[in-house]
Design a protein around this ligand. Structure first.
Ligand code: ZN
Ligand code: ZN
Ligand code: ZN
Ligand code: ZN
Length: 358
C-alpha cells in the first residue's frame, strides 16, 4: 500500500475519509486511483484536487449514507434520480449481495471493518491485474459478497438473516460469504485461539475466500493437472470426506513441512486457498515495503527475490512486533514444498495477467 497527498501537504492514508490536518473530506478517486482531497462543487458532487486529474466525482452510496466506504464514483454527464443511485456504488461496494442488518447494534461498525478489509483486498487484486467482475461483465464466474450474521436471540425472538440460522464463512461459485462476527475483535481472537491459528484477521478471510474464487478462474478446467501435482488430487477424497476426516483426526504430523497452516491439510482446495492467501500477504507486504522505501523489489519480480525481500522485511517487523508484545508478522521459514506451491501461484497469476496485456 502507498500513501497519498492532501492539497494542504499532509499525508493521506488508504483508509482515510478526512484529512486530519485541514479536515477536508477525502476519498478514493477512480479516475487517478489515489486517495484525493475532495473539493465540493456548487452544482453538487466533488472534484478530485490532484492537478493532473480534476475528475468530477460523487460519493459511493455506502460512503454518503453509511460512512462504511471512502470511495468515489465518476460523475456521469446527467445523473437521473433513480439511475444515479443504482450506479452510485463504487467499484468495491458494487459486489455486495447482502449487507449486515443495521438495526442490530454493532453491525454498522462491523460492516465498516468488513468493507475496509475488502477495499484492501481489491487494491492488491488490481495491483496484480487479476480479473474480477459482475454478471454484466465477461468474467466467469461473476464475483459477489454477502456479510451475514448468525440468528440471534432478540427480545425473546430469534432473528434470522436471509432465512438461515447459522452462517458459514465460505465461497461457492464466485459468491463469498463472511460471518459478521469475524469483524468482532473479541469473537475473532477467541476463534483464533480455539483453532490454534497464528493469525486470524478479516483481511485474511477475504484473501482465503478469494483464493477459492481464483482456483475457479485460473485453475479449474485449465490447469488442474499441474495443480494436482503440487496440492494433491482435489477429486479424491471428496471435499466432504476430507472435511469429516480433518475434524475427526486433525492435521497430519509435521504438517509444517508441506503446508502454510494446519487447515491447509484438510483438502487440496483449502491448501490452494491458504497458499493463495499467503501469496497475497506477501504481495501486499512487498508493495508497502517498496512504497515506504524499505525494499526495491517489485511484487512481479522473480519469486526468489520476492521471498527474500519478504523475509528480510519480515525479520525486522517481527522484532519490532516482539518489542511491542504483538504476534509475528511473517513465518520464520518458508519450506521448499511451500515455496513450490507459491511458485505455481506466482506463475498462474503471471500467465493470466501477461496474457491480458498481449
Ligand atoms: Zn489536508
Ligand atoms: Zn483523481
Ligand atoms: Zn463503496
Ligand atoms: Zn476455504
Amino acid at each position: 500500500m502507498r500513501t497519498y497527498d492532501c492539497v494542504c501537504g499532509n499525508r493521506l492514508f488508504f483508509d482515510n475519509s478526512q484529512c486530519l490536518n485541514c479536515e477536508r473530506e477525502v476519498g478514493w478517486c477512480p479516475a487517478c486511483a489515489r486517495i484525493a482531497a475532495l473539493e465540493p462543487l456548487a452544482e453538487g458532487g466533488y472534484r478530485c484536487t490532484y492537478e493532473d486529474c480534476g475528475a468530477a466525482l460523487l460519493k459511493c452510496l455506502n460512503y454518503s449514507e453509511h460512512q462504511v466506504c471512502n470511495r468515489m464514483v465518476a460523475m456521469q454527464g446527467d445523473i437521473a434520480e433513480g439511475e444515479g443511485e443504482a450506479s452510485a456504488l463504487c467499484d468495491c461496494c458494487r459486489y455486495n449481495d447482502v449487507v449486515p442488518d443495521l438495526s442490530i447494534p454493532g453491525h454498522l461498525e462491523r460492516w465498516a471493518a468488513l468493507e475496509a478489509a475488502k477495499r484492501r483486498l481489491f487494491y492488491t487484486l488490481d495491483l496484480l491485474g487479476l480479473p474480477h467482475g459482475t454478471p454484466e461483465e465477461s468474467v466467469e464466474p461473476p464475483l459477489s459478497f454477502s456479510f451475514m450474521a448468525d440468528a440471534m436471540p432478540d427480545a425473546g425472538l430469534w432473528r434470522t438473516t436471509a432465512g438461515t440460522d447459522k452462517v458459514y464463512t465460505g465461497h461457492a461459485e464466485g459468491h463469498i460469504t463472511i460471518n459478521v462476527k469475524e469483524a468482532d475483535d473479541v469473537e475473532r481472537e477467541r476463534l483464533r485461539i480455539d483453532m490454534n491459528e497464528s493469525h486470524r484477521t478479516l483481511i485474511g478471510h477475504f484473501r482465503h475466500e478469494i483464493g477459492h474464487y481464483y482456483w475457479d478462474v485460473l485453475v479449474k478446467g485449465r490447469d488442474e493437472e499441474n495443480s494436482r501435482r503440487l496440492f494433491g488430487d482435489h477429486d479424491n477424497p471428496t471435499y466432504s470426506e476430507a472435511l469429516e476426516r480433518y475434524y475427526d483426526q486433525g492435521p497430519p504430523e509435521n504438517w509444517q513441512e508441506r503446508f502454510v497452516s494446519a487447515y491447509a491439510t484438510m483438502h487440496p482446495w483449502e491448501d490452494f486457498a491458504e497458499t493463495f492467501a499467503f501469496y497475497l500477504d506477501i504481495v501486499s507486504v512487498i508493495d508497502t515495503a517498496r512504497n515506504l522505501g524499505l525494499s526495491r523489489v517489485e511484487h512481479d519480480d522473480r519469486l526468489s527475490s520476492v521471498l527474500s525481500a519478504f523475509q528480510q522485511v519480515g525479520l525486522a517487523v517481527n522484532e519490532l512486533n516482539r518489542d511491542m508484545g504483538l504476534t509475528d508478522l511473517v513465518p520464520e521459514v518458508i519450506t521448499p514444498a511451500i515455496r513450490d506451491k507459491l511458485e505455481y501461484i506466482h506463475g498462474v497469476i503471471g500467465a493470466c495477467t501477461k496474457g491480458k496485456h498481449r
